[in-house]
Every structure is written in C-alpha cells, then in structure tokens.
Design a protein around this ligand. Structure first.
Ligand code: ADP
Length: 167
C-alpha cells in the first residue's frame, strides 16, 4: 500500500453488529482509503455471538467493498494497531456516557502508543438509541429487533433460538 494511503481501524465488540455500526462504517470509509473493522474478543463483556460469527455477520452485511476489511484481535488495541502499522482509530459517539468512556479510552490508548489518534464520528440521530447490549436484552425478552440490525444478525439470532428449542 502506498505510504500516503490513509488507513483507519474501527474496533469494537460488534456483538452483534447494528445499523448504528453500519452507519459509522459507511461514513468512515468515505474518509479513509482503507478501513479495518477489528472485532475485539473482550472477555469482560457477556457475549452472545462467537468472534467468528461476528466477523461473518459483518462480512455478510457489507456490500463488496475493496476498501473495507474485517479482522479480529485479542489483547490490547494499541498492540494490534502497532503490529499493523495503523495509527488512526475510529469510534462512534452517542451519548454523554459514551463520551466519558471513550475519552478515557482514547487517552489510555495514546499513553500506551503515542502515535495513536482516535477520531470520533457522532451517531446519526436515527441510530442514537441503538446499542448491541439493548439488542441482546430485547432479543432475550423475545422482542423484535429487526429494525435495528442487518438481516444476517436476524438469521443468526433465529439460528441460536432454534438450536436452543431443539435441545
Ligand atoms: P465496544 O465494546 O468496544 O464499545 P461496540 O460494538 O459496543 O464495542 O461499539 C463499537 C463502537 O461503535 C463504539 O465506539 C461505540 O460507541 C460505537 N457505536 C455503537 N453503537 C453506535 C451507534 N448506534 N451509533 C454510533 N456509534 C455507535
């Protein structure tokens, strides 16, 4: 890749991918030559989908675009960034509480790796109320989440439900 190509990482749990994430992905991919969506295996969060499932869902939900790649990583984001020589991180912001957490994380990432800059994209108001944890909660309470997530998520959620029912 040419030296002046601009590459960014959009890291997250994506458990599962939501329409809010897709909006950030689309907007970030307009700003950079290449965007790596990096699925974090985060042991502190109660996950619904495996890492492989999350990667698969993201791949299926995005239309073919050579400038977007999906990857997964374990460990520190700052180490993943260093290893791949990418120093721009994209994060989305919805609420004031997002801000506090994201602010601390951006500073921490920069103190772990001083070359890292975090760029924040403000949520589109259509998606400001959508979070993966809400999706999981609504799904567990048998609510309809189809307005908030792409169809590969619905497919995988139905699969989990069917597997449970057949046990
Ligand atoms: P993490 O566990 O790293 O917070 P998430 O998958 O929950 O991972 O979120 C990844 C990033 O996407 C975060 O920066 C989060 O604030 C952002 N994000 C999540 N949902 C939305 C949304 N609806 N609109 C804009 N940004 C969002």
């Amino acid at each position: 890749m040419a030296k002046d190509n601009k590459i960014a990482i959009y890291p997250g749990s994506f458990d599962p991918l939501t329409n809010g994430h897709i909006d950030i992905i689309k907007r970030a991919s307009m700003l950079f030559d290449k965007l790596i969506i990096a699925v974090a295996s985060n042991s502190t969060k109660n996950s619904l989908f495996t890492i492989d499932n999350r990667v698969q869902i993201i791949n299926e939900s995005l239309s073919d675009n050579d400038s977007i790649r999906v990857d997964s990583f374990e460990g520190l984001l700052s180490d993943y960034a260093r290893k791949n020589n990418i120093f721009t991180i994209i994060r989305g912001l919805r609420t004031l509480s997002d801000f506090e957490y994201e602010f601390q994380m951006a500073i921490m990432n920069r103190s772990l790796n001083s070359s890292i800059e975090t760029i924040f994209l403000m949520t589109d108001e259509k998606y400001s109320h959508i979070s993966s944890s809400f999706i999981k909660e609504i799904y567990k309470l048998n609510g309809d989440v189809s307005r908030f997530v792409p169809s590969p998520v619905i497919y995988q959620l139905n699969k989990i439900k069917n597997e449970k029912n057949n046990k």
